[in-house]
Design a protein around this ligand. Structure first.
Ligand code: NAP
Length: 266
């Protein structure tokens, strides 16, 4: 038996790679696909591969008329929450790759998913090595009190911080020790230069040409520093294996699970 997938954002940078990967995965079937500008086209050819016999729908509402088990969203920060709630209300499990949602958004999604008895897996970064970076940073935060997050991305990325940076800061906030650096509200000068507080961690977002997606947890202790950093390359390949793992596991547990870490062993 295969898992039937609705791919929302099937013509995007990540979506195209996922459509092609699903076409080669015997246990996964692309059942429906969504992208506004390519509506009416075949999802396989639109992704640069062979025809798959799946016609792209112009909206998720339209695509949900085709039965599926899991909805995958790699679209835009301004539409992702609506998509997830719509899919959950239709009884589908969901995998969320799109960035931009807050902790409150996720709490609402968790409640909706529990009520509907479906699973949602969301990760700011579905790359295995980025997940390891997060895990190592969480280990370090138990021993080194001062930590800040720097998130680097391309000049045109529409949201700050990145999903990777936001998730890292929220997770660090749960385990970090009290900082020894001076509290931001006691400083003179423009306080924005100290970054934004995401939970209990200051986050600094750099947006420039020449960057794809990098995220760094910067630790400082007396007379020494530790930097734990992940740098993505220029292809969507790092996110494919983790997203496919999430598709396979999304339906197993009702409610929200955040981070690829939540699906990995020990
Ligand atoms: N979690 C992770 O590991 C990870 C990794 C990489 C990227 N991301 C995040 O994933 C998201 C997508 O990234 P990307 O680089 O693949 O984006 P992208 O290349 O801009 O692709 C976006 C896709 O969504 C579709 N779309 C946009 N608005 C839509 C709407 N209102 N309704 C339906 N479809 C819509 C687009 O097609 P149309 O415009 O034709 O509708 C396109 O197919 C971003 O938030 C990015 O930060 C996450």
């Amino acid at each position: 038996m295969t898992i039937n997938v609705t791919m929302v954002g099937c013509t995007g940078w990540v979506g195209r790679a996922l459509v092609q990967a699903m076409a080669g995965a015997p246990d996964l079937t692309l059942a429906a696909a969504v992208a506004r500008s390519a509506a009416g086209q075949d999802a396989g050819t639109a992704a640069g591969g062979a025809a798959l016999g799946v016609t792209i729908a112009a909206s998720l509402e339209e695509a949900l008329r085709t039965p599926s088990d899991v909805v995958v969203d790699y679209t835009k920060p301004n539409v992702v929450k609506g998509h997830v709630l719509q899919a959950v209300a239709a009884g589908r499990s969901v995998v969320v790759g799109t960035s931009g949602m807050t902790g409150e958004d996720y709490a609402e999604i968790d409640r909706a998913a529990r009520d509907a008895g479906v699973g949602v897996v969301a990760a700011g970064n579905f790359s295995i090595t980025a997940t390891l970076m997060q895990r190592f940073a969480l280990m370090a935060a138990r021993y080194v009190a001062d930590v800040e997050v720097i998130d680097y991305a391309s000049a045109q990325k529409p949201d700050v911080p990145s999903g990777t940076g936001r998730e890292l800061a929220e997770r660090l906030s749960e385990v970090r020790l009290d900082p020894t650096s001076r509290a931001v509200d006691t400083l003179t000068g423009p306080r924005e230069t100290r970054g934004a507080a995401v939970g209990r961690v200051q986050v600094h977002s750099v947006r420039m040409p020449g960057y794809v997606l990098s995220c760094e947890a910067l630790f400082g202790a007396a007379d020494e520093r530790l930097s734990i950093r992940h740098d993505a390359g220029s292809s969507p390949t790092p996110y494919v294996a983790g997203t496919l793992l999430a598709i396979r596991k999304a339906g197993e547990v009702p409610g929200l699970r955040r981070g690829l870490d939540s699906l990995m062993e020990g």
